[in-house]
Design a protein. Sequence first.
Length: 184
Amino acid sequence: MIFDLIKQRRSIFPPQYIDKPIPKETLEKILEAANWAPTHKKTEPWRFKVLTGDKKQELGIFLSNKYEETDPNPKQIKIKKLQFNPSNSGAVIAICMQRDPKESLPEWEEIASVAMAVQNMWLCCTELGIGCYWSSPGLIKYMDEFFNLNDGEQCLGFFYMGHYEGDVEPSGRTPITEKVEWLD
């Protein structure tokens, strides 16, 4: 049932991933789910760049080098994390948004559509037993130096994915009643 799947969705991080590849067919299925997200004025602003194999390591090297170049006091632990997260993942999907060239709707609506596409991917991963999480480091503003981005396209983050073993820690929420005001 969809409600159970929504409640089971969790962030599962690269240190939890095991060395097991994610087949291309599975990645395609997850991306197809993203393609069915709501989109105002049918702009379909989501764009994805799927990194597997050596490209994951290249991303890690780029991120760690850019961090060292731009931070006046780089920390070794962060350098290692920036390299580790992509390389330990089964796949990394760069989450991008292609702005409507006519700007026929507010940018936030296109970002919201991309976020809904990512939620669809996340729910598919949950159903398939694949761990994932969306990371949006400050370094995404430099991704035009790594990817060939089109005019009006920007990177919003990375969707790290990987198989994992063991139980996922349950999560909780404050009751919805504390977040809703009913107006009659």
